[in-house]
Design a protein around this ligand. Structure first.
Ligand code: PMP
Ligand code: GLN
Length: 385
């Protein structure tokens, strides 16, 4: 008897190929400028690359410890202390992961049981809901409204009930390019302080905040810190998304449970890169200027598209700028973004794919983590539409 596909029961029946894959392929097929998927088109620091090469030559090519090498965890503990004045124990409270995606998946797999509810703010990055569905939990949505994507905290309060196991937050926010204020974090702290809700704080853009704001990390708020996993991505911070290196931090009891799953999910992650990052992180100059570096790119891009028919609210964090095309067409954002890539040779990401039921706000997301030449070419196209 041969294998019968009709006996397959999909665990993710509604999941399709992600927009990043779809748009990336279209950008390649049509030889378009690719401001869709978020990745830099410039090189990572040669110092960091040579530290990796050195670690490989030194023979650090076998399995790393399950939690990550202690030197890297110590460097991260020092960074939390320097930046946020708070401590995480390098042995018990920090784990190195294969990008933030694996940290997020493992956190959800560790804590979400059947019928548990997880509150998610929409539009949301796309890796949260499939993980919740796989664990048979339920995603519950709070809609953020353009252009400011602010939170209606009364709406959040109304969703909290005995089944609420987790709230996922993400500031700076992908895809909107907005950031939460201290007031937002205090509201969240107030709502969860007498509950057993775990907070998953996706802070992969912590080093990309503009206009002299402070990043509002969950670790700055004691009643949030005691229940939060903070997830971060070296790929975003050090311009090497293809390395898929990240980490998460949490109080020891939560991290203890996380590691039970992590050890069978990946066991450990890339060893030579951990060695290199441990050394590289010791110099705060390597991460302190990333916000101003990207602010310059944001400002350059916004200036270059002045006079176009797109309108916008400047991004306050991340390396994404959302543009509104309402003055150009009444097409939905998916059709318009496809037309832009095939006809105008510029790839972007339509925001509706991150909203429930494809809510369309005539918005496209453009990644400005690009060389000046790339941004100039993109701006020229944008100004001609
Ligand atoms: N969260 C957000 C909000 C992201 O934009 C991304 C994209 N990189 C991730 C998580 C995943 O990060 P990584 O590439 O380190 O897995
Ligand atoms: N984080 C990247 C973005 O938002 C995409 C990563 C991916 O392709 N899944 O563009």
């Amino acid at each position: 008897m041969s294998f019968n596909n009709s006996s397959l029961v999909s665990k993710l029946p509604d999941v399709k190929t992600t927009i990043f894959t779809v748009m990336g392929k279209l950008a390649n097929d049509y030889n378009a400028i690719n401001l869709s998927q978020g990745f830099p088109d410039f090189a990572s620091d040669p110092k960091l690359i040579s530290l990796v090469a050195q670690a490989m030559s030194n023979g650090q090519n076998q399995y790393a410890p399950m939690q990550g090498i202690i030197e890297l965890r110590e460097s991260l503990a020092e960074k939390f202390d320097n930046l946020y004045g708070t401590s995480y124990h390098p042995e018990k409270e920090i784990t190195i992961t294969a990008g933030a995606t694996q940290a997020i998946f493992t956190i959800i797999a560790t804590f979400i049981h059947e019928d548990d509810e997880v509150i998610i703010f929409k539009p949301a990055y796309d890796c949260y809901e499939p993980a919740i569905e796989l664990m048979k939990g339920n995603s519950v949505f709070v809609q953020l409204e353009a252009p400011h994507f602010g939170v209606d905290w009364n709406a959040v309060q109304q969703l909290i009930n005995a089944k609420t196991k987790m709230i996922i937050i993400n500031t700076p926010h992908n895809p909107s390019g907005t950031t939460w204020s201290k007031e937002d974090m205090l509201q969240l702290e107030e709502l969860v302080k007498d509950t057993n809700i775990i907070v998953l704080s996706d802070e992969v853009y912590e080093h990309i905040v503009f206009d002299d704001q402070q990043h509002q990390s969950a670790c700055l708020f004691p009643r949030l810190k005691e229940r939060s996993f903070i997830c971060a991505s070296f790929g975003k911070t050090f311009h090497n998304t293809g390395w898929k290196m990240g980490y998460c931090v949490a109080p020891a009891e939560l991290m203890h449970e996380f590691r039970k799953v992590h050890q069978f999910n990946v066991f450990c992650v890339n060893h030579p890169m951990q060695v290199a990052l441990a050394t590289y992180l010791k110099d705060p100059n390597n991460y302190q200027h990333i916000s101003s570096f990207y602010q310059e790119k944001r400002d350059f891009f916004l200036k270059a598209i002045q006079g176009s028919r797109f309108s916008c609210t400047p991004s306050t964090g991340t390396y994404f700028q959302v543009l509104d095309y309402v003055a150009i067409t009444d097409e939905n954002d998916i059709d318009f973004s496809k037309r832009l890539v095939t006809k105008n040779k510029l790839a972007s990401i339509p925001l509706s794919v991150f909203n429930p039921e494809g809510k369309n706000d005539t918005l496209l997301r453009f990644c400005f983590a690009k060389k000046k030449e790339t941004l100039e070419k993109a701006a020229e196209i944008i100004c001609n539409i």
